[in-house]
Design a binder for this molecule. Structure first.
Ligand SMILES: [Zn+2]
Length: 90
């Protein structure tokens, strides 16, 4: 019999998903600088603007914002714009 039943794809495994997330977070923690922070800052601002907790979603970006004034000012400016857009939609 050559038609063996193939096992489920590994992507269905929750362990694999956790490993991927951990790897992404580790990468961001070690490589977070103003440039990579800036690439995610608009994403983070959008999440915060809709009421999500940035410390849970993008902890490395949040950590960088807390110790980098330049990026925090950019973040707050973005957040202001997003909130103004939101209130303009009413
Ligand atoms: Zn920075």
């Amino acid at each position: 019999m050559s038609d063996e039943v193939k096992p489920d794809r590994p992507s269905n495994s929750p362990v694999r998903v956790v490993q991927l997330v951990e790897r992404i977070l580790a990468l961001h923690e070690s490589e977070m600088d103003c440039e990579s922070c800036g690439q995610q800052i608009d994403c983070l601002a959008e999440l915060v603007a809709v009421g999500q907790d940035p410390r849970l979603l993008l902890p490395a970006v949040q950590a960088h914002l807390e110790c980098c004034r330049d990026c925090r000012e950019e973040f707050e400016a973005l957040l202001c714009i997003l909130r103004a857009e939101q209130s303009g939609q009413f």
